[in-house]
Design a protein around this ligand. Structure first.
Ligand SMILES: [Fe+2]
Length: 244
């Protein structure tokens, strides 16, 4: 039996240094690349990130920042910092990038796995932040495995009959099996970590073996800081993406 592992990433947010570090670290360990939305928003290199992902022939879905940065979604529902980031991206994204983002699907089922940025019910804006929202998603799941992004926090839940979604403690480089009950997984963010750990996060998925491995990857924060400073980003956005 031949296996074709998949590199699963989310929330790149225009951070080329973090994306390149992940692609280098995972090199040789994947044959497909899946991107769970928010390629744009926040970081200094949305065009280059998009180019690189297209070179890898990545399977991509849209996130809220992607649709806002290309003008498909109003920025009214975003917080102040996100609005600032989207305005910057509106001005630096090429027309070609905007057109590509505008045409991204909101949800995909591939190799019997569902991919959505927020959640399958509300792919662009829905959040899965706790056991209650995870239970709702898993109770309605059409696939044994559902993949999401959006929160920037790595997470894994398993549906336990009668008990709802049970969170599993994330351990890096460990194999999690999802063969017996529906699972919901979030790889965390490549470009803008929000759990106090500044590494880029991703997953290696083996659909044939029904396993997930969470991975963590250091990246060059100083290079990103310098780029953002040079391009006049507000200090708050720089510190959020690339803390010292
Ligand atoms: Fe995001």
């Amino acid at each position: 039996m031949s296996y074709s592992p998949i590199l699963v990433i989310a929330d790149v947010h225009g951070n080329l240094e973090a994306l390149s570090a992940v692609l280098n670290q995972a090199s040789g360990n994947f044959e497909e690349l899946w991107v769970l939305g928010d390629i744009a928003g926040y970081g200094p290199d949305p065009n280059l990130c998009l180019e690189l992902l297209r070179k890898y022939e990545a399977i991509m879905i849209a996130g809220n920042h992607d649709f806002a940065a290309c003008g498909k979604l109003s920025i009214n529902n975003f917080n102040f910092e996100a609005k600032q980031a989207i305005q910057i991206h509106k001005s630096i994204l090429s027309e070609e990038s905007k057109s590509f983002l505008r045409n991204l699907p909101e949800i995909i089922v591939r190799r019997s796995i569902t991919l959505a940025h927020g959640n399958p019910e509300n792919p662009i804006w829905g959040y899965v932040i706790d056991n209650i929202s995870a239970t709702r998603v898993l109770a309605a799941a059409q696939s044994l495995l559902t993949l999401i992004g959006h929160t920037h926090i790595p997470a894994l839940w398993a549906l336990s009959p009668g008990a709802g979604a049970e969170p599993l403690r994330i351990e890096y480089n460990k194999e999690f099996h999802y063969s017996t009950t529906p699972h919901l997984a979030n790889p965390g963010s490549v470009g803008q970590s929000r759990d106090g750990i500044s590494t880029a996060r991703y997953m290696i998925l083996h659909p044939e073996l029904k396993t997930i491995i969470f991975r963590s990857c250091p990246w060059n924060r100083e290079a990103t800081r310098k780029k953002m400073q040079k391009r006049g980003y507000p200090e708050s956005l720089i510190n959020r993406m690339a803390p010292k």
